[in-house]
Every structure is written in structure tokens, then in C-alpha cells.
Ligand binder design. Structure first.
Ligand code: SME
Length: 160
């Protein structure tokens, strides 16, 4: 298997249904972010990190996650996470070493996807960040699933 081969198929509808079930009747953003990061980390193959950063003033601050300890504060516009926040768009990065300003929290990371958490008023509340050791790990289907999970997290939870 090469480093860029496709990951194993996953049941995306099941993951979304599991997230909906975890959020059912729960609006605490920390509890929901903690459970969603654990669900994602277990369900998506080939991840070394999955978790949240929340907007605090002009910075992102680390939230619940799975993986190795990570950098705590990221300025708006810095790294992949700060850029996804500033642009208010999902960033799919096939090779983080080719992304100018990438912030390396775990030397194992080679690919990354960052999905902004967009509130009802259009403001970015934070980001959902996944890292993989596998180059070009994240595809359009991953993006669609993670954007759906991020939407459901925002809809279910109080403002983080
Ligand atoms: N690589 C990210 C930093 C966060 S860690 O990947 C957990 C970035 O460049 O923003």
C-alpha cells in the first residue's frame, strides 16, 4: 500500500447518525466537542489527531481533542487552522509541509483538513481539525461528512 492510497471505506451515514445521537438532548459545547472528537478519531482511519479550537478574541484556543498534546493558541490567519478561520472556508491540505506557515504540533502529521464552525449569524466560532500521517488522506467525501458534522455540532450546542 502506498502512502497516498485510498483509505478504507467508512459508513458516513452511520457516523452522522451516531453524532446526532450523542448530541440528542445535550447542548453543552465542551461535552459535545469531546464526544465528537472521540467519535471522529475512532471512525475515520489513519488519523493521528482530531479535535477543536475555539475562537477567543483574536486567537483560537485548544478545545477537546484526541491525539497528542497540541499547541494551545493560534493567531487568526496563522497556520492551517487560523487560515481556515480568517477565510471562513474548509481547507483540505494534502501535504502540510507544502503549506506556508503550517504549525507542526505532531511530527507524524502529513495531511490535514480544517472545517470552520460557523454560527447562525455567520461568525466563525472555532474550527474542527483533523490530522493524518497519510499524504492526501482527505477527499471530497471526507470534507462533506466533516462539514455536516460541524453543522450539527453548532446546531446542537450552545456557543462554545
Ligand atoms: N497544524 C495546525 C495546528 C494544529 S494541530 O495540527 C493540532 C495548523 O497549522 O494550524
Amino acid at each position: 500500500m502506498s502512502e497516498t492510497s485510498s483509505p478504507a471505506a467508512i459508513d458516513r451515514d452511520l457516523i452522522v447518525a451516531q453524532a446526532a445521537s450523542l448530541f440528542d438532548g445535550e447542548c453543552d459545547p465542551i461535552a459535545n466537542a469531546a464526544n465528537l472528537s472521540a467519535l471522529i478519531f475512532g471512525a475515520f482511519p489513519d488519523l493521528n489527531w482530531a479535535g477543536f479550537y475555539f475562537v477567543r478574541g483574536e486567537e483560537l484556543v485548544l478545545g477537546p481533542f484526541q491525539g497528542k498534546p497540541a499547541c494551545v493558541r493560534i493567531a487568526r490567519g496563522a497556520g492551517v487552522c487560523g487560515t481556515a478561520w480568517a477565510r471562513c472556508e474548509t481547507l483540505v491540505v494534502p501535504d502540510v509541509h507544502a503549506f506556508p506557515g503550517h504549525i507542526a504540533c505532531d511530527a507524524a502529521s502529513n495531511a490535514e483538513i480544517v472545517v470552520p464552525l460557523v454560527g447562525a449569524d455567520g461568525a466563525v466560532l472555532g474550527v474542527l481539525d483533523l490530522d493524518s500521517p497519510r499524504l492526501a488522506r482527505f477527499d471530497a467525501a471526507d470534507r462533506a461528512t466533516l462539514e455536516e458534522l460541524a453543522r450539527r455540532f453548532v446546531d446542537a450546542s450552545d456557543r462554545p
